[in-house]
Design a binder for this molecule. Sequence first.
Ligand code: AP5
Length: 211
Amino acid sequence: MRIVLLGPQGAGKGTQAQRISERTGARHISTGDLVRAEIKSGSELGETIKDYNDRGELVPDEIIIQMMRPYLDEADSWILDGFPRNESQAEALDEMLREIAAKLDAAVALEAPDEALIRRLSGRRTSEATGRIYHVEHDPPPQSSEEDPGPFIQRKDDTEEALRRRLRIYHEHTEPLKDYYAERGILATIDATQRIPDVTEGVLEAVGEKA
Ligand code: AP5
């Protein structure tokens, strides 16, 4: 399975990629997680990309492509969460696929209105220990530290100002990728305002139909 998850901030790309990875064994590759890990490591590259992340802007294409490429080469089966984000990244992905003689099975777009996403993201919490994504209301962090010790933190780029900027960039640069993949006959769209498990079933069904 090789799929791309598209969708605005908070649509549930990370949540669904984790669930689908657990169900299918496909590797979850999140460029956002790679960016946050690099920043946390304190490396020079991390310093360079920190401001982009915190302001809610895209990290330059050449940096993000260089960061994710090794993960693509390592696994046969994967779910890309947060990549590609614009047409030049989509073309770079096509080129990488040609080089490894592989094809993309589906691009799944998770759709929800902006205002619902801004409300939703104020409740997001991420486990510092496991990276798992929770929501204070819809998917609360566990009480027992054996299951996940936490702490459960709010992301730096989840301020309303950064969020509105991220959504603006999404509509301008990433949303047009729906046409890019529709033209190739591999686009599926899913209503991401449904319950989390219902979205998962919708994604798996859509991928099954396209593959
Ligand atoms: P990234 O980490 O990819 O952030 P994002 O695209 O802004 O997406 P989010 O993680 O905010 O949303 P999500 O759709 O994954 O939602 P989630 O599952 O968490 O990127 C961060 C930064 O890195 C970028 O701004 C940029 O700087 C850089 N970057 C990354 N990739 C890049 C690239 N390719 N090029 C350049 N720069 C790049 O869910 C959100 C919340 O909602 C959670 O609390 C969850 O529990 C809850 N939830 C999920 N689904 C549902 C549901 N159906 N019902 C109710 N609650 C739900």
